[in-house]
Design a binder for this molecule. Structure first.
Ligand SMILES: [Zn+2]
Ligand SMILES: [Zn+2]
Length: 226
């Protein structure tokens, strides 16, 4: 038995996404996923809303994409957002809550990535995201996969969707039953789907541009300047 989870999905609780929670639940259900992790930047604010909107057969994992002082880190199955601090402390906080910690797009040098402490991180982290559909260069995902292999660490995949059409572009295949976090801990996971997805970044830029322009229009029409 296998199940398919998209372990990195954003909603409009992230500044760079405008997707309402209901649309995320709908896109995941339409894609036929068994589960998703809602992983907004440094907040759990929309997890309950996605859960409320999700059909009964779609599992919703409470996650956070933590902004550490180095790269991004996925905290999966947590009850509060870990602090934005150094990655080793963040991993500790995730474990204290009974969750698992996965390094998110760890070698994507076009985004926030990990530079130091890699051996120390490999000793304590639960997994490595080796397929992120927003990694525009194949070698970013390849390097994550070889780092995981060299350190015998489980690998996951996630779309990093900021828009509904991106959900399920990359995912995690789970072998066997039980909870998702146990499957990660026991290494019964592997990434699937595709990376090198550029149009999502273009859509994000357009979204930022639209937000900035409406702000500018607001300033002009209000006659006030910030
Ligand atoms: Zn990220
Ligand atoms: Zn993300």
């Amino acid at each position: 038995m296998t199940r398919r989870y998209d372990l990195q999905v954003h909603t409009n609780a992230s500044p760079c996404s405008s997707t309402p929670p209901e649309r995320v639940a709908e896109a995941a259900a339409d894609a036929g996923l068994d589960g998703i992790a809602v992983t907004d930047h440094d907040t759990l604010a929309n997890v309950d809303a996605v859960r409320d909107a999700a059909p009964a057969d779609l599992e919703v994992i409470a996650g956070v994409e933590v902004t550490t002082t180095e790269g991004h880190l996925l905290a999966l199955d947590v009850t509060e957002a870990p602090p934005r601090t150094d990655p080793l402390t963040v991993i500790d906080r995730v474990h204290e809550q009974g969750g698992v910690a996965v390094l998110s797009h760890p070698f994507d040098t076009l985004r926030q990535y990990y530079k130091t402490d890699l051996e120390a991180l490999a000793d304590v982290v639960d997994g490595i995201e080796a397929m992120n559909s927003r990694c525009v260069r194949r070698r970013f995902n390849d390097r994550a996969a070889s780092f995981a292999a060299a350190h015998d660490l489980p690998t996951t995949g996630g779309s990093d969707a900021h828009f509904p059409m991106e959900v399920d572009r990359a995912y995690t295949v789970v072998e066997g039953g039980g909870s998702l976090v146990d499957a990660v801990r026991e290494g019964r996971v592997r990434p699937g789907g595709r990376g090198r997805y550029l149009s999502g970044h273009v859509a994000t830029k357009l979204h930022q541009f639209r937000t900035a322009s409406s702000r500018a229009v607001g300033i002009l029409t209000s006659g006030r300047f910030p």
